[in-house]
Design a protein around this ligand. Structure first.
Ligand code: ADP
Ligand code: MG
Ligand code: MG
Length: 368
């Protein structure tokens, strides 16, 4: 209750700062001033608006997410999530501030300012770039770390960060940083969760987003979401499990583009979205529901993977554990992060033994 009170208080502060300030451009973060901003080119289209590259100084770009009039609920939600205490983390995109202004056509326009990542989202990166093992691990572990941080309740001095469910994990909502680690963005659907309770900032304004499970990206929806069978009495655990299911599909996307997993590195598959092979680039609800819920099907692993390599086996098991039909049997995001450390150790050991046996395919060496 104390946590919730503090959070509500914090949100009221944020909201009152926004509504008391009469400047045309109102930034909530001192270090960033939207007055110096020059809007450059479009860098992304989402469902609720457009993301632009903006220049604030000759060598300083920012990403500007502009919400259209009908999507202001998502703007308020996204802003409130980024403004929670202790949201700074290397694997969560850096929020710089937001403003509200009269845009073209006299409509109120809401904008969120974020650190700009020129490489863009991981889906686009994977389409154009295969990965080696070390980049694959860095990417997989960093996104798991970002999600586990988001999911964790943290208390540091007077600051409390509630557990947050993202509710729209997918490869377009994960950005590639310049060192090729990943960070999570798009908090439009994210929600504070606490046991059986959930908090939505300024509830009345957010009526559209207040439903717990009818959001997200269809392709990434867990079986229990597709069936409308999420256990709302334990919503904290249930919503984390839904995020972990979506994470498993992202890990599968990363893994299918890693050439070091293949018997021969020139065999790596072309990028495909999850279930694209089965259902095509545009999916409909009923076919997906039939595949995921009734047939319990999941994306297939490439046949030409090095089956006997223990690190690859652990990777496969990890992905399978995360997309388990039984949501309670899924791993937590913290556990996924740890599995990547184990995989790295196994990989290194196998490499040594491959070198000793002169086997560079990794096929014949099994370490138990
Ligand atoms: P929506 O809520 O409409 O889906 P997103 O926040 O997901 O909007 O942004 C849409 C797209 O814009 C992303 O998929 C990504 O390609 C791009 N994008 C978003 N934020 C950034 C950023 N900080 N740096 C670079 N590209 C970004
Ligand atoms: Mg998005
Ligand atoms: Mg969104």
């Amino acid at each position: 209750l104390i946590v919730m009170r503090m959070l509500c208080q914090r949100q009221k502060e944020v909201q009152s700062r926004l509504s008391n300030d009469s400047d045309e451009c109102r930034s909530l973060v001192d270090c960033f001033d939207a007055k110096d901003l020059k809007i450059m080119e479009i860098i992304g289209h989402g469902r609720y608006g457009t993301v632009w590259r903006g220049a604030v100084a000759p060598d300083r770009d920012v990403a500007v997410k502009v919400f259209n009039q009908q999507s202001q609920n998502y703007f308020f939600n996204e802003r409130d999530i980024y403004c929670l205490p202790l949201m700074d983390h290397p694997n969560i995109v850096v929020y710089l501030g937001c403003d509200e202004r009269i845009g073209h056509n006299e409509f109120v326009e809401h904008r969120v300012f974020l650190n700009y990542h020129p490489i863009g989202c991981i889906q686009d990166y994977l389409r154009n770039n295969p990965l080696d093992w070390s980049v694959f691990c860095k990417m997989g572990q960093s996104v798991a770390r970002g999600l586990s941080y988001l999911h964790t309740y943290i208390k540091k001095g007077d600051y409390l960060k509630p557990a947050v469910a993202h509710r729209d994990i997918n490869s377009r909502n994960i950005l590639v940083k310049s060192d090729l680690s990943l960070c999570i963005c798009d908090m439009g659907f994210a929600m504070q969760i606490d046991g059986a309770h959930y908090v939505f900032s300024g509830e009345q304004q957010h009526a559209e987003t207040s439903s717990l499970t009818d959001v997200g990206t269809l392709r990434y929806m867990a079986p229990e979401v597709l069936e409308g069978a999420v256990n709302l009495r334990e919503c904290e655990a249930a919503l984390k499990q839904v995020d972990v299911y979506a994470l498993s599909l992202v890990l599968w996307e990363l893994a299918t583009r890693c050439f070091d997993l293949c018997v021969s590195s020139n065999k790596v598959s072309l990028y495909k979205m999850p279930f694209e092979a089965e259902l095509g680039p545009h999916i409909d609800f009923e076919r997906l529901q039939n595949l995921v819920c009734r047939l319990k099907a999941r994306p297939l692993f490439p046949e030409f993977w090095r089956e006997n390599n223990p690190a690859i086996r652990l990777l496969r098991e990890t992905i399978e554990d995360c997309w388990d039909q039984d949501s309670e049997a899924r791993l937590t995001a913290v556990c996924v992060e740890e599995r990547f450390t184990e995989m790295t150790i196994l990989w290194e050991r196998t490499k040594d033994s491959d070198a000793a046996t002169g086997d560079n395919t990794g096929n014949s060496s099994v370490i138990t």
